[in-house]
Design a protein. Structure first.
Lengths: 89, 462
């Protein structure tokens, strides 16, 4: 049974930027790439980069921020009243 | 220049989950001018996670008696916890199902294990109780920072720069707590203090759920190829989820969850219930051996923000609602005494340590350790634990040989696991027993003397 996760989310637009990566601090360890349920991180030239459309894909779990041992990823919740909606959470 | 109206309160609560609302309700009832903030359009629609309400809520909070399926259509009572054991070949090898046992002492705990609810229905209800008690709720508002004067916290600032003043701020803002960070109580959780929990919600036919599942409504899937997964049934659907420490994952966490869903026996139930995936969710969940740093000058942390989920299986609603209530009571006293300093708020730590939540954490390190070593290390531990357990539970129901021969075969097989099982029991189970029972253990007639000698000495009480 293949589950298409992108069809299983609902969002209110207008989040603003809520995840940032400091490329100076990133060591390219790849932890964020493994942990992100929605596969929003990639390595380019040994540095983690975030999907440009993450506002419309992210589940806001903050795992990338929590797992980053070099403190390169910062996370704050999206603007009030925006972002992921859990109707059945 | 922008005209600024400063809003002043007795207590500000950041977060409108069950913990924040519980604090707001108590604070307002006791006459404090109270405001609580929710970043969602309504409480319960953002990253809420827990969904099982245990009987202690009914014992400790009178208003829980009013909760009904009319308020929460998702509500399902679970009388049975079912445990499914899955071997290394992903086969179901056994099942143990239990209702509350005869040693359970009070109602309604004798009648149910949990009431399962969707938080999108439960959280607004608790928030509404707080509003009816006189608290002010501001939704769609993200609190961005703490307001400070001469290094002391004197209120909060929202995302639009609006300021709210109060002598006490209660951080009920969940796992990634701005309040904890800005108050200097915690920057980020350590790697063994927090887990990632992905889960799916499946929609089912309500009538099929009522007919086929009824109150057998919590299933734990213990496996070798995935960390223990939980399946929780609601009015018209179920959650299936699992979790582990941040550093444990070697693949996308959904790989492990999909492995559970792919099990033959799981697929059988998907067919029977006509279940379809409806939502995907991911949460961080604090899972600590002990909550430290839960207060400072003018600030108290409750619920997930304070690291209060149960050290054994990380249920967080009850601890959040109880610590919320206790923090509000301490706030009332501190404000009437005119002292909201750290030394006055120490009463909060003393209160939760004495409470049902604090008692849970008396053996917190040992409890969290057991979970860490068993379901969270499926490849290392469950490989021997599951077959050993099933030999014990089910080995005798077999007609392959005369029963006397079967008993010998079972004992021989169990013995073959002893080189791994005994060190495990000595290292992880005995310290837990010693810690829980303390001096009482030596008095018990239950244990043979030989075994008592092996028990480690209990640690000094905190």
């Amino acid at each position: 049974m293949k589950i298409e996760v992108k069809d299983l989310t609902e969002r209110v637009p207008g989040t603003g930027d809520f995840i940032k990566i400091d490329q100076e601090k990133c060591t390219g360890c790849g932890r964020c790439i493994i942990i992100c349920v929605m596969n929003l991180w990639k390595l380019r030239d040994g540095i983690a980069i975030l999907d440009e459309d993450y506002h419309n894909k992210c589940l806001e779990c903050a795992s990338c921020y929590q797992v980053c041992e070099s403190d390169a990823i910062s996370f704050s919740y999206p603007a009030g009243g925006t972002g992921i909606i859990y109707k059945n959470g | 220049m922008r005209f600024e109206i400063l809003k002043e309160y007795d207590v500000i609560i950041v977060g409108g989950g069950p913990g924040g609302s519980s604090a707001a309700k108590v604070a307002a009832e006791k006459g404090l001018k109270t405001i609580f903030f929710e970043r969602g359009r309504k409480p319960g629609e953002k990253n809420s996670s827990g969904c099982g309400l245990g009987p202690r809520l009914w014992r400790d909070f009178d208003f829980m008696k009013e909760l009904s399926p009319e308020i929460c259509p998702s509500m399902r009572q679970t009388t049975f916890a079912k445990n499914c054991f899955i071997n290394k070949d992903d086969q179901l090898v056994g099942m143990v199902m239990a209702r509350p046992t005869e040693s359970v002492t009070y109602e309604p705990a004798k009648s149910f294990i949990t009431m399962n609810i969707y938080r999108s229905e439960f959280d607004p209800w608790v928030a509404d109780l707080a509003i009816r008690a006189g608290a002010e709720l501001k939704t769609s508002t993200l609190i961005k920072g703490l307001l400070k004067e001469k290094g002391k916290v004197v209120g909060v600032i929202d995302e639009k720069g609006e300021k709210y003043k109060s002598p006490i701020v209660i951080g009920a803002d969940g796992v990634v707590s701005m309040v904890a960070k800005e108050a200097g109580l915690r920057a980020k959780w350590g790697p063994l203090e927090v887990t990632l929990v992905p889960q799916y919600d499946f929609k089912c036919d309500r009538k099929k759920l009522d007919d086929l599942i009824r109150d057998e409504a919590v299933t734990i899937w213990w496996g070798v190829n995935f960390p223990a997964a939980y399946q929780v049934f609601f009015g018209d659907g179920f959650h299936i989820g699992l979790g582990n420490w941040m550093s444990w994952w070697d693949k996308n966490p959904l790989y492990y969850l999909n492995r559970v869903i792919g099990l033959d026996y799981f697929q059988k139930w998907i067919k029977l219930l006509d279940a379809k995936p409806r939502e995907v969710q991911a949460h961080l969940l604090p899972w600590k051996d002990y909550p430290r740093d839960t207060f400072t000058d003018n600030v108290m942390l409750i619920g997930d923000a304070g690291g209060f989920p149960c050290p054994l299986e990380a249920e967080g609603i009850y601890p959040a609602m109880l610590t919320g209530k206790l923090a509000a009571e301490v706030a009332v006293k501190a404000i009437s005494d005119g002292d909201t300093s750290k030394s006055a708020l120490q009463a909060y730590e003393a209160a939760w340590q004495k409470s049902s939540v604090g008692i849970e954490f008396e053996s917190g390190p040992e409890l969290s350790n057991i979970w860490r070593e068993l379901p969270f290390k499926p490849k290392e531990t469950m490989t021997w634990f599951i077959p050993l357990y099933m030999e014990l539970m089910g080995g005798i129901y077999d007609w392959s040989e005369p029963h006397v021969i079967r008993v010998r075969q079972i004992i021989e097989k169990i013995q073959s696991y002893m080189p791994v099982a005994i060190p495990f029991i000595m290292k992880h189970v005995m310290p837990l027993l010693a810690e829980i029972m303390g001096e009482d253990l030596q008095q018990l007639g239950l244990l043979p003397d030989m075994l008592k000698k092996l028990l480690p000495k209990p640690k000094k009480k905190r």
